[in-house]
Write a protein that binds this ligand. Structure first.
Ligand code: PLP
Ligand code: SF4
Length: 370
């Protein structure tokens, strides 16, 4: 390829994101179905791929896990009758333009709607990828003052999680403004950043960025690797730089059909993460988010993978398998299943709330066409 720009400059990577079929053809051989799906999603779901992430795609295989995560698919346009744009009820817990206050001592701060790549399986697909959707109560451009004020007035909040979209889409100076304001609130003990940049655009993790974070410790970063192919020299370098500056890096994967829903792939991913010193934190059961249903696996599948790991590998290689519900995240282990019927599972949340989770039958995965 003939780039006239600096491959290692993250802003240039961002500016040169692939957003047309023609540009994509510089990287891969698109098959007619993929091309058709991209056309059909126009006006409904946005897509964009960083040149770096596109360079990881298999040239010819449409089932490549990188392609499946980044390129619109026809299945996205099929609406599952049980799906919801916000199945875990984040908007029920929204208290300001940007804050979701679901747990008493920690909050989510939705910094932006923008990302470097629009992951097809995003749990906030309505907020990030849906052309007409947003979780913001007002606008993204709205000032953060009411959010800062809310946190200041709630001394129980000791943990603030910056997410989005992807907060690292913002410049270092914009982020520093937010982080320094949070750090000036005495009861905020830890600041967490949820970002997929180490995976999708690792060049974003610069020395300057890490030095900025270091001033506001304790700062933690949770990223999102889903497949061993994503562990590259560049992504390892990004994680290493964060670690060197004292930012612990953890990983949150989503269990995705056709991408990582087999024991061998999952084991390779987890072992790969340990090799780059990234600690597996959560493995999310895929939520039934509108436009994401085709990635859902069964809970049995997740439990089967878990059984293949526990005892068979390093204890801290094993993430906590969780399902997100209206009552918070519930870890799935054989210990908290209260009732196991043909129709679904009843699990107990951390507060002892009984939560019923129906199984999806294969025929229910194919709902009506948009
Ligand atoms: C996941 C999540 C958190 C953080 O939960 P941890 O289990 O502490 O990682 C906080 N608020 C909301 C709304 C969440 O979804
Ligand atoms: S980077 Fe994160 S927030 Fe953005 S689309 Fe991907 S999963 Fe969603």
């Amino acid at each position: 390829m003939n780039e006239k720009w600096d491959w290692n400059d993250w802003k240039a990577q961002f500016r040169n994101r692939i957003q047309t079929v023609d540009a994509l053809k510089n990287y891969i051989e698109l098959n007619p179905d993929e091309e058709e799906a991209i056309k059909k999603s126009e006006g409904l779901y946005r897509w964009a791929v960083t040149p770096y992430y596109a360079s990881l795609m298999d040239k010819t295989d449409p089932n490549c896990p990188i392609r499946l995560q980044a390129l619109p698919a026809a299945d996205e346009l099929i609406v599952n009758q049980f799906s919801d744009v916000d199945p875990v009820g984040d908007m029920k817990y929204r208290v300001t333009n940007r804050i979701v206050h679901k747990y008493s001592d920690r909050i989510v701060l939705l910094v932006t709607e923008q990302c470097s790549v629009y992951c097809r399986h995003c749990t906030r697909k309505y907020h990030t990828t849906d052309v007409n959707g947003s979780y913001f109560e007002k606008q993204e451009a709205e000032s953060f003052e009411e959010d800062f004020k809310y946190i200041s007035e709630h001394p129980e909040i000791r943990d603030v999680l910056l997410t989005g979209g992807d907060p690292l889409t913002y410049s270092d100076s914009k982020l520093e403004h937010i982080i320094s304001r949070l750090r000036s609130i005495p009861h905020v003990e830890i600041i967490r950043i949820g970002s997929r940049y180490p995976v999708l655009l690792p060049q974003r993790i610069t020395k300057e960025f890490c030095e900025m974070l270091e001033k506001y410790h304790p700062v933690w970063l949770n990223t999102h690797f889903n497949h061993p192919k994503e562990i590259t020299e560049e992504s390892a370098k990004a994680c290493n730089l964060l670690l060197k500056h004292g930012v612990p890096v953890q990983n949150q994967s989503v269990l995705l059909k056709g991408i990582n829903d087999d024991l061998e792939t999952m084991r390779e991913l987890l072992h790969g993460l340990l090799k780059i010193r990234v600690r597996p934190y959560y493995l999310y059961h895929c939520d039934n988010v509108t436009g994401v249903s085709h990635f859902m696996t069964t809970l049995e599948k997740g439990i089967e993978i878990l059984r293949g790991l526990v005892g068979h590998t390093t204890g801290f290689a094993i993430p906590t398998y969780v399902i997100t519900t209206i009552n918070g995240k519930i870890p799935i282990s054989i210990d908290n299943i209260i009732d196991y019927s043909e129709k679904g599972l009843t699990l107990q949340s951390y507060q002892g709330k009984k939560t019923y989770i129906p199984y999806l039958k294969p025929e229910e995965v194919l709902g009506s066409q948009l």
